[in-house]
Design a protein around this ligand. Structure first.
Ligand SMILES: NC(=O)c1ccc[n+]([C@@H]2O[C@H](COP(=O)([O-])OP(=O)(O)OC[C@H]3O[C@@H](n4cnc5c(N)ncnc54)[C@H](O)[C@@H]3O)[C@@H](O)[C@H]2O)c1
Length: 377
């Protein structure tokens, strides 16, 4: 356990979760599931006692390597255990809702991968289940945990940029479709393409930095130009071979009007003709200063610039930042929230708001018009 001392817990369950090792299960053995697993293994007083995933060899290997006693192919079998306090859900996105809701209904806290769900409606059902069960639901927005984001957030909170009136966020890849023909490119399983996959991270980063302004409306366009021609695939993995046609967008752009008069431009692509690589970042334009996080190929150093005036001359500050801990920080916060006992405030509302905005973007692109974001977002 890390340093946060838990507040007084309100229920017997919370008290037991504070005093005993937390018993956790991880569902999904891909990149995301293994990142969560490592996060739990790094924490004292947390026991990973169950794993689930369809890859029998990987399941056995991970179980052996980390002495995890209970291994399942089917997530339903893992959730039947009544000795688990919490689960991580790191499966293809169409399974987030059924698994998370079943876990919450059986009294388990849930750390769910991003995007929380394929749609705002599904995300709402998961949040409702968390509220009803009085359990923590946390969505894994690991890029928010970067060191450059932490430094910029402190700078913003100190008012150094003044009022930020315009922001841009992007995640653009040259050749980065995560598995052509896999669940990622299947609309039913993924809910969408790079907008819901990568864009949700950048939407989260931008809205978090901006202090969570309400998004009033969106105007978006989506394109599907390379994927359907078999271009733009990444080496990342063949994934689960579902033999899907390319059914989602490969580039999306959206203009978001924010409460208070500000605007956010969001641009995201898995594959497009641009310089090689995999780049993301945000740019903020304020009344007293500006800032830019520019991450090329997952760089963790020298990624933040602050723009200001020094003695009347334009100046650029390059803060030295720590790399940040990504999934490890998210998992630690999740465990701290469970131990903290104040569960009702942590029911995945940020994940829901992101899902509602993304819904509005897809509707806007489909109908070719500006769309109001539903009131809850
Ligand atoms: N936060 C991040 O940085 C990040 C990175 C990658 C993926 N993700 C998200 O994590 C989720 C998983 O992505 P991934 O890249 O790890 O996918 P993946 O395809 O590599 O892994 C998915 C895992 O789910 C398991 N699974 C599928 N159906 C199952 C079932 N019926 N029962 C039990 N297990 C089942 C598979 O066996 C596999 O182990 C997605 O929602 C994705 O958007 C997040």
């Amino acid at each position: 356990m890390s340093t946060n001392v838990p507040a007084a817990a309100t229920s017997a369950a919370a008290q037991s979760e504070q005093s005993l090792p937390l018993r956790v299960g991880v569902i999904g053995l891909g990149f995301a599931g293994q990142a969560a697993l490592k996060g739990y293994l790094a924490l004292p007083d947390v026991d990973v006692i169950a794993l689930a995933g369809l890859e029998a060899d990987r399941l056995a290997e991970l179980g052996k390597e980390h002495a995890i006693p209970h291994l399942y192919e089917r997530w339903q079998d893992l959730l039947e255990r009544d000795d688990l306090d919490a689960v991580s859900v790191a499966t293809p996105t169409h399974l987030h809702a059924p698994i998370s809701i079943a876990a919450l209904e059986s009294g388990k806290h849930v750390l769910c991968e991003k995007p929380l769900a394929r749609s705002g409606e599904e995300a709402q059902a998961i949040v409702d289940a968390a509220v009803k069960a009085n359990r923590v639901l946390k969505v894994c927005f690991n890029h928010r945990e970067r060191g450059d984001v932490a430094v910029l957030k402190r700078h913003l909170d100190a008012g150094q940029l003044g009022r930020v009136y315009y922001a841009k966020a992007h995640w653009m890849r040259r050749n980065g479709i995560p598995g052509l023909g896999s669940w990622f490119t299947n609309r039913e399983m993924a809910g969408g393409g790079p907008l819901i996959d990568l864009g949700v991270h950048m939407l989260d980063m931008a809205l978090y930095l901006l202090g969570e302004p309400r998004v009033i409306s969106v105007s978006a366009s989506t394109f599907s130009e390379l994927g359907p021609r078999g271009l733009g695939g990444s080496e990342y993995s063949a994934k689960l071979a579902v033999g899907s046609a390319y059914e989602v967008e490969d580039l999306a752009t959206a203009f978001l009007r924010l409460e208070g008069g500000g605007a956010l431009q969001l641009e995201t692509s898995w594959a497009t003709f641009r310089k090689p690589g995999d780049d993301f970042g945000v740019a903020l334009y304020g009344t007293d200063g500006g800032a830019q996080i520019s991450v090329e190929n997952y760089a963790r150093e020298d990624t933040l610039r602050i723009y200001t005036d020094v003695a009347g001359a334009p100046a650029e500050v390059r803060p030295r930042v720590l790399p940040g801990e990504g999934h490890r920080a998210v998992v630690r916060e999740f465990v701290n929230l469970i131990r903290g006992g104040d569960w009702s405030a942590h029911v995945g509302r940020d994940g829901l708001a992101r899902a509602q905005i993304i819904d509005a973007c897809y509707l806007s692109a489909l109908e070719g018009r500006e769309v109001l974001v539903s009131a809850g977002a």
